[in-house]
Design a protein around this ligand. Structure first.
Ligand SMILES: [Zn+2]
Length: 252
């Protein structure tokens, strides 16, 4: 099984070392059956984020060598790179990226800004041309609703769009049911919403497993005062969503 939503790097005051995380995930394999992870670096959210620094992290993470666990990176593209004149195609060619991550709540993508709009088209075109994924953080704010980039889903039909968090469930299911190329992930979803999602989505194979680990660990320890180890947290994340009703599919 693939975990489509893993993070490495700086998250607030904590630094999550990629190799330590990958090793730990591999150690849980007997229980989790996770054989592939797709990750992006939350260092992309730092105020002083620079592509070259994030690329150093990806290069380090790509040094993970294992027969049992495959780790594929996402390029987390931020509006700042667009403002710096960085082209998507050239940034995306540095590694064998499985896709591009967008976080419209963390970073302010403004379609009224011609540079931003052009970059968004470059992102979707790159994914469309190369049959890659675009993992989009979704939520209940106006800026991160699952419908936010709907016109791009319709235009770039060969890009696999993954609506991260499936939040809100109703709008997520509408998009997944309407567009062949739109999928969703289970990162941080509650049991109740997972049930609702499984009920509303017509093609259940379009619900992809994602954990959002280790951000889940950050919130449980730093916000909710829990004392779970990283390993215990990951096993918990898997339990919540790896429900029997769904055989999570894998796609390239
Ligand atoms: Zn995430």
């Amino acid at each position: 099984m693939t975990d489509h939503h893993i993070h490495i790097g700086q998250f607030n005051e904590v630094y999550y070392d990629a190799l330590e995380l990958f090793e730990l995930i591999e150690l849980t394999q007997e229980q989790t059956k996770i054989t592939e992870i797709r990750y992006s670096s939350t260092s992309s959210c730092r105020d002083d984020a620079e592509l070259s620094l994030v690329e150093e992290e990806i290069a380090y993470a790509q040094g993970y060598e294992s027969k049992n666990l495959t780790a594929k990176p996402y390029l987390w593209f931020i509006p700042k790179y667009s403002e710096q004149g960085i082209k998507v195609e050239s940034a995306a060619s540095s590694f064998d990226y499985c896709g591009i991550k967008l976080h419209p709540a963390g970073q302010n993508w403004d379609e009224e800004n011609p540079g931003h709009l052009q970059t968004l088209h470059e992102i979707f075109r790159w994914a469309d041309d190369n049959s890659k994924s675009i993992l989009i953080h979704c939520g209940t704010q106006h800026c991160d609703l699952p419908t936010r980039f709907e016109n791009f889903f319709a235009e770039y039909t060969n890009a696999h769009v993954i609506l991260a968090h499936s939040n809100p469930v109703k709008e997520t299911a509408e998009m997944v049911n309407k567009y062949k190329n739109v999928f969703c992930d289970t990162a941080c979803i509650s049991k109740k919403n997972f049930k609702k999602l499984s009920h509303l989505v017509n093609d259940k194979s379009k619900i992809l497993f994602g954990s959002d680990f280790p951000i889940t660990h950050y919130f449980s320890t730093h916000l909710f005062g829990k004392k779970l180890s990283l390993k215990e947290e990951y096993l918990k994340n898997i339990k919540i969503t790896a429900a029997k009703e769904i055989n999570f599919q894998v796609f390239t």
